[in-house]
Design a protein around this ligand. Structure first.
Ligand code: NDP
Length: 290
């Protein structure tokens, strides 16, 4: 049986349209337009594209977005001053510091400086703590996007064995936290694998749902998965020929999977939709706190 291709682009478009309606209602009720401030340091072309896409999506959904572009030589204290200003600005509801930052800047220090109520990427320790306790303030964008895709596809997660490849703070760990939570599209039995995992294939072959977030082009092959597996490919890698590929070798894995996300057009668009959702949630939180 051919695998169902999980159309992240279409699912994200529907979600963005819904967020647009909710934003319009919020603006009508409060007179306040949710506002995402993006901070881009340096001139990494991929980061510039990501930020532009996020800004465009904000504008299409009726959210305000502003970009603070800083030179690659900006010092850490200058960046922290900007974050402080944005933290204190009542017109700004969400702050996004685009990663990676230049090497002379400590990412953790900067991300920790974003006030938790405006931390729409859900990176602040307070928000990660709330998430781990099952009472999230914000959703971690990429993992929540993956979970949303599973829910929209009608995948049974309860009691299923979810294997997450990768343990990063941005994807792997929060992904596992979401899936192990009590509740809808969760209640899974979760295994996290990383570069020190022994006998990886023996574990991936047990997965009912495999979520790959390694940053290794086409790492997961057909022989690493069982028949009927659902595969979410978070990876975005550019090959030497300039082609965009995921962490999953699509053809051989799709031949065994019951459902699979493509790259591009799978997880990527969901990350942006979740960022919009968090910005609206942040505006609601800050408005109700006034
Ligand atoms: P990181 O490099 O931070 O983490 C990669 C993880 O994979 C690490 O935990 C690492 O293990 C593990 N790993 C690497 N090689 C192996 C291996 N051979 N076997 C087992 N585990 C391995 O990456 P991110 O989590 O930030 O991103 C992962 C991928 O997802 C990237 O391709 C990135 O571009 C993409 N991405 C996509 C997004 C989207 O919107 N679609 C958003 C964010 C990321 P260890 O910890 O031991 O080093």
């Amino acid at each position: 049986m051919a695998a169902e291709i999980i159309d992240g682009k279409a699912i994200a478009a529907r979600l963005r349209a819904r967020i647009g309606e909710e934003t319009a209602a919020f603006v009508r009720e409060t007179g306040i337009t949710p506002h995402l401030a993006a901070v881009l340091v340096g001139d990494d072309p991929a980061s510039a594209v990501y930020v532009r896409n996020k800004q465009r999506a904000c504008e299409q959904a009726g959210l305000k977005s502003t970009l603070h572009r800083l030179d690659a030589t900006t010092s850490q204290s200058e960046l922290l001053s900007l974050v402080d200003r944005l933290n204190a600005d009542p017109d700004v509801h969400g702050i996004l510091v685009q990663l990676p930052l230049p090497e002379h800047i400590d990412e953790t220090t900067v991300l920790d400086a974003v006030t938790p109520l405006k931390d729409v990427d859900c990176f602040h320790p307070e928000n990660v703590g709330l998430l781990s306790q099952g009472r999230p303030r914000f959703q971690p964008c990429t993992p929540a996007g993956c979970q949303y895709l599973l829910a929209e596809t009608g995948v049974q997660t309860e009691g299923s064995h979810v294997v997450v490849l990768g343990r990063s703070e941005i994807v792997g760990k929060p992904m596992a936290l979401l899936m192990v939570q009590k509740g809808k599209a969760a209640n899974a039995t979760v295994t996290i694998c990383h570069s020190r995992t022994r006998n990886l294939q023996a574990i991936t072959r047990q997965a009912d749902i495999l979520i790959a977030a390694l940053g290794r082009p086409e790492f997961v092959t057909g022989e690493m998965v069982k028949e009927g597996v659902v595969v979410i490919d978070v990876g975005i890698n550019r090959t030497e020929e300039g082609k965009l590929v995921g962490d999953v070798e699509f053809t051989s894995v799709a031949a065994k999977a019951s459902a699979i996300t493509p790259v591009p057009g799978g997880v990527g668009p969901m990350t942006i939709a979740m960022l919009l959702q968090n910005t609206l949630a942040a505006a609601r939180l800050q408005t109700s706190a006034q």
